[in-house]
Design a binder for this molecule. Sequence first.
Ligand code: E4P
Length: 216
Amino acid sequence: MQIFLDTANIDQIKEAARLGVISGVTTNPSLVSKEGKADYEAVVKEICSIIPGPISVEVLVEKAKAMIEQAQKIAAWAPNVVVKIPATADGLEATSALAKKKIRVNFTLCFSLNQALLGAQAGAAYVSPFVGRLDDAGHDGMEVVRDIVDVFEYYEFDTQVIAASIRHPQHCLAAALAGAHIATVPYKVLTQMIQHPLTDIGVARFLGDWQRLSGQ
Ligand code: E4P
């Protein structure tokens, strides 16, 4: 399972890039607005220059025709841009049209297997089931991920599954066990994934034993 970073924060992206484990980035309008930078294009271009992998960038309009027009402009900002299109009927129409033009789409705000199935049929490169938001609504978000992965594998779809709306490390390991191709994680969760108290205790003990021997 690949790890994408779910943020529009440049410092976090640079930090994560240094760790060498990030294959892509997902952003959304809320994440970009959190950074307080109104120049969408400039923010996206900077992210695309830091991480060479797929960078998901969401359209800011709702109707199919407007989405298609805006998605083509966004896709031209950098070769690694993937356009995020919401899982609505308009989004489906836009996804089909964009896929025909060879523009990669991340079919986002997916909350059901049916939405994911339609996204795949429309030619989306990725579908993004939102695990945390489903959990918040009293559903089992990871069960939706598992179902999508199983069905896509059974029918040998090329569309990749991004476990999104990840809230904690447990979500990451469950996404990996479910067979998600990608988990997109906030920076905080990425840092939590590497932490284990026994590793810290082990490092301290190894160094302490060595220092005692060497008299330092
Ligand atoms: C994914 O592409 C979305 O940007 C993201 O995972 C949404 O997460 P949230 O539900 O924590 O806002």
